[in-house]
Write a protein that binds this ligand. Sequence first.
Ligand code: PMT
Length: 398
Amino acid sequence: MLKDRTVVLGVTGSIAAYKAAEIASQLTQSGAIVNVVMTEGATQFISPLTFRALTGRPVVTEMFDVTSEYSVEHVSLARSADIVVVAPATANAIAKLAAGIADDMLCCTVLATRAPVIVAPAMETNMYENPITQDNLSELKERGFVIVGPAAGWLASGREGPGRLADISDVVGTVRRVLGKQGDLAGKHIVVSAGGTQEPIDPVRCIVNRSSGKMGYALAEAAIERGAKVSLITAPVSLGIPIGADAMSVRTADEMRQALESLVPTADAVIMAAAVADYRPKNLAREKMKKRAGGIKLELESTPDIIGNLKGDFVKIGFAAETTNMVENATQKLKEKRLDLIVANDVTAADSGFGTDTNRVTIIDSQGAVEALPVLTKRQVAEKVLDRVVTLLTKTES
Ligand code: PMT
């Protein structure tokens, strides 16, 4: 999504200006062309050379620079931009943007661009809470600017409160989400399940599996970047919710079923990457079970098949975690659960399946066509699965 997209990163004179270096670095590493514009105040906090080194691009610091590669600088920058990000944005910068004052290169560029503009405020709490700043932010929102943050926490003034620059992952995530609005899943509602469900035995113990949620979260992130509205139903995992996802946290298979049933009426596609428990204890002990010599017997009952019982007019995609006869077993699940597609993963390989960053998958469709993919990152697998979703949705629409 960010590859070859041009981001104009405006940096203003806040102590948080040093964090803009990490934003520039992450955007550049994701393949974006990052043109940094610094206000004079920003140059007091961080050197233009830092951005030059991180982006490999000239950094604009002056309104009139005869050595610049741009002809009419603010117009060229503004036209080249797929998106403009002002991070950090001081109260002063926000006031100038709200009033349309064009007395520095950054404000001129923002006024001259047709690209979406993201503003990430960073300032002392009182300045942020001041009604003048709040009015200016409302004015920007009304005009279609996307405001990200601020976060609350420790501030350079020594006080705690709202005013910290939003987390870098939030700023970069918002860039991805806003750019994604032009993607091939724009306007679609994709429901993704992730993680391993937990079935309680007693108040402290449960039956779990080794799903980390990485595959499901990669799908959610990729779908957001392609413009989808994403509902992420997540079993307990230790990953941050992707920016822009509507997340519902669940624990058991039954909670996951209920969450999915509530969402499918508006879904265009459901992708079940979660590892759902097939069995749960038949009786839940009310008190913590005591240790007994000779062990205990647990009676298990089947959980309902979630994806197989979801009713509605949407694309249904399942995953199959297999240790043997991958294609045969996965094909059987595809048929039993009446899926459009099943993504079979070999969970015996060290670089595939539970907890890994990569996956070896074979995609099987309802006509029986089999596509074996090489080892890919889970994000790459997600893109391949979403390519199929786009094709399936196009077919159902035509
Ligand atoms: O989370 P990670 O660490 O990244 O690992 C990813 C993964 C290996 C968990 C993922 O890629 C994967 O394979 N998920 C499905 C695992 C699984 O439960 O497979 P299954 O063969 O038991 O189930 C087949 C399909 O039916 C799955 O889409 C599953 O979500 C669904 N199912 C299963 C049981 C049940 N009661 N209801 C269901 O809907």
